[in-house]
Design a protein around this ligand. Structure first.
Ligand code: NAP
Length: 253
């Protein structure tokens, strides 16, 4: 058995927002962390800061929809940090519009980043986990998986992530690998700021409207999601698999 300090995690979409908070939390938990993102400079800068603070981290520029780039990134992480046994599929995009106005390109972009990306990353990373007989796959879904106006593409992708997660749990469980999904509610990041901008209101106005329906009485912050990831990635979570945890400030997603 390896200690947390000996474990290596990959977090996609880690240059900012929820992914950056997850990477930070896993570094604090003692893991070596590879921050992967389209924004190479952003994830390298964050990794440098984590390293200067005493952690172990590298930043790798990557498009998670590119099969060859995914293979090369996992090889690079293995070479530079060690074999990854924790994978957090967090990279995401939104291309919101009402179904009747949604372009095929907007549909396919969202499917590609969330579903193709999670599939390629998981297929590439599971080999090390199976070899180690220990692994943690954590996929970021969304409360939008239950349906959300203007997000037919995103809702379908995030529901798809849940089915993908449960299937990975069934297929990989015998190798000591768990797979779980976290479905965040409304979290303050650039993604939700972009939503406010798209509908022509300030972030504060959007937040006030959404928070009215959140029993916890506040918007989520990236660290709320990072905390849940830390649990699923832990040694003691080995009997929790195939689950979807809604982290949304209340029971109604
Ligand atoms: P964010 O601030 O927009 O960050 C997403 C990150 O993913 C960005 O750094 C982005 O890079 C990166 N990314 C996008 N496409 C990529 C690709 N093809 N390959 C590699 N990296 C890519 O979003 P967030 O709010 O932190 O969201 C993180 C995850 O949580 C997403 O899966 C999102 O769907 C999910 N989520 C968010 C909320 C919320 O309220 N914020 C709620 C539920 C679920 P670039 O900026 O360079 O494109």
């Amino acid at each position: 058995m390896l200690t947390a300090e000996q474990r290596i995690a990959i977090v996609t979409g880690a240059a900012r927002g929820i992914g950056a908070a997850i990477a930070q939390r896993l570094v604090e938990d003692g893991l070596g962390v590879a921050l992967l993102d389209l924004d190479e400079r952003g994830c390298m800068d964050l990794a440098d800061r984590m390293t200067q603070a005493g952690g172990r981290a590298i930043g790798v520029g990557i498009d998670v929809t590119n099969e060859q780039a995914v293979t090369q990134a996992v090889e690079r992480v293995t070479r530079e940090l060690g074999a990854p046994t924790v994978l957090v599929n967090n990279a995401g995009v939104i291309r919101d519009n009402l179904l009747v106005r949604m372009s095929l390109d907007d549909w396919e972009t969202v499917m590609a980043v969330h579903l193709r990306g999670a599939f390629l990353m998981t297929r590439a990373a599971q080999a090390q986990m199976v070899e180690e007989r220990w692994g943690r796959i954590i996929n970021i879904s969304s409360t939008s998986a239950l349906g959300n106006r203007g997000q037919a593409n995103y809702a379908a992708a995030k529901a798809g992530i849940q089915g993908f997660t449960k299937t990975a749990a069934i297929e990989l469980g015998r190798f000591g690998v768990t797979a779980n999904a976290i479905a965040p509610g409304f979290i303050e990041t650039e993604m939700t700021h972009a939503t406010a901008a798209r509908i022509g209101i300030t972030f504060g106005e959007l937040s006030d409207a959404v928070v009215k329906d959140i029993p916890a009485g506040r918007a989520g912050i990236p660290e709320d999601i990072a905390h849940a990831v830390s649990f699923f990635a832990s040694e003691d979570a080995s009997f929790v698999s195939g689950q979807v945890l809604y982290v949304a400030g209340g029971p109604k997603a």
